[in-house]
Design a protein around this ligand. Structure first.
Ligand SMILES: Cc1ncc(COP(=O)(O)O)c(C=O)c1O
Length: 418
């Protein structure tokens, strides 16, 4: 048995040229050949839905699977009313804008979506970006520099870390209010801006930011709160208006960033905040200013999807019913799902190799779920990230649980503690 490589082994190889690094990385890919378990080679022949057909990276054959990979929480990317809105938008606006927003790529369709997003988050205005990633880069690079201090929850999304590279930041232990208070007290008044950045719903663990206490501390020590609510929109709160709405903390949040690519079933990103800060970002968030705007069909899809939060509230109800059902079953079966408080269910494996092997065996039995390993989480916290959707039936959820138990038993993986 040779060395088992992880993705950490090939990041930033100091003495290797581009081609040497790429060549060395082949060792990572090919170590999975024997068990046919390379986890990143999947290609779908269908839309991303709860039932999918995936081409097997090794055999090249199509495999019918029940999918738990996508953050399409309400199934809106497949909703007929959303598809109709997209077709209508193509007839009117065509397929792309082919221009950045300040120089011609901004339509009334874009504006309408911005207004809806601002309203949903209880903010004055909003600005669109081509992705949630670009939104975080644009907002944090655009607003902060070395005169500022940004306190960041250690589990925020990678795009926030990337957006903060040019400022001073301090990482605090996940949801640790004591540390946050001590640091705020110490740093208060010493910086041009003092800010706190969290995810509303954390993307790998599925737990929620302690916004009531974060906002209270921020008000006490003069800090501004930024929330990435990529996984909160459409999920949290009675009508899916996000994590700040769930806690009734709109007033304590300076800016909400987010994505159109999860519950809204589309693609693109946004930031919502006060009118003047949004106006500032229109020219100082470089990922917006220097990038062609979101294509009209994607804008139309997200815009219709927001309407459906109110038109079809039963979708959110079904999402939470399904979430409760699978969590109950997994817990009763002795599996650890960490601290999840949302439809993101981390099935803890705590071993990189085992998580990848398990995902493969499930795939071979018609269950598509991705392993979350380094760099998304620490290697010792590797898990399967099970994303629940309103579209799943009880039969799908049972199939997942029963197949998991069968694979766990057959290969003696001992993931369940029962
Ligand atoms: C918390 C969080 N923020 C931002 C993003 C990036 O969103 P997008 O896929 O639209 O770039 C993601 C996507 O995974 C996310 O989970």
């Amino acid at each position: 048995m040779g060395k088992y490589y992880t993705m950490r082994d090939f990041a930033d190889m100091q003495d290797c040229s581009i081609h040497e690094s790429a060549e060395a990385f082949q060792k990572y890919i090919h170590q999975f050949d024997e068990e046919k378990s390379y986890p990143y080679g999947f290609m779908s022949q269908t839309g991303v839905d709860k039932d999918m057909e995936i081409t097997d990276y090794y055999s090249n054959e199509a495999n019918k699977v029940v999918s738990f990979v996508s953050s399409n929480y309400l199934g809106l990317s497949q909703h007929q009313k959303v598809k109709d809105a997209v077709i209508e938008s193509v007839q009117k606006y065509g397929t792309g804008t082919c221009a950045a927003p300040p120089i011609g790529g901004y339509t009334d369709l874009h504006r309408e979506l911005e207004k809806k997003l601002a309203k949903v988050h209880g903010q004055e205005d909003a600005i669109l970006f081509t992705s949630g990633y670009a939104a975080n880069i644009g907002v944090f690079e655009g607003l902060f520099n070395k005169s500022d201090l940004v306190l960041v929850d250690m589990f925020v999304h990678a795009s926030i870390y990337d957006g903060l590279k040019k400022t001073n930041s301090k990482i605090f232990k996940h949801n640790d209010m004591d540390y946050l208070e001590v640091t705020l007290k110490r740093e208060q008044g010493k910086h041009r801006n003092l800010a706190i950045v969290v995810d509303g719903v954390f993307s790998q663990d599925g737990d929620i930011a302690d916004l009531p206490n974060i906002c209270k501390l921020a008000a006490q020590y003069g800090a501004k709160v930024f929330v990435d609510d990529a996984h909160g929109l459409g999920v949290m709160g009675q009508t899916g208006r996000g994590t700040a709405d769930y806690f009734n903390e709109h007033d304590g949040v300076e800016i909400v960033t987010g994505t159109l690519s999860k519950a809204l079933g589309s693609s693109g990103g946004y930031a919502a905040g006060s009118k003047k800060v949004i106006e500032y970002l229109r020219l100082y968030a470089r990922s917006n200013t220097f990038s062609a705007s979101i294509a009209p069909p994607a804008v139309a899809a997200a815009s219709k999807a927001i309407d459906l939060f109110e038109e079809e509230p039963e979708l959110i109800g079904r999402l939470w019913d399904n979430t409760a059902y699978i969590k109950d079953r997994l817990t009763q079966m002795g599996y650890s799902i960490g601290l999840s408080e949302s439809p993101i269910v981390p099935l803890m494996v705590n071993d990189d190799k085992k998580a990848i092997f398990l995902a493969r065996k499930l795939f071979e039995r018609g269950v598509y779920v991705v392993p979350a390993t380094y760099p998304a989480v620490k290697l010792k916290n590797s898990r399967l990230r099970v994303n629940v959707s309103a579209l799943h039936t009880k039969m799908d959820l049972d199939y997942f649980c029963d197949t998991l138990a069968a694979v766990d038993r057959e290969f003696d993986l001992r993931i369940s503690v029962k």
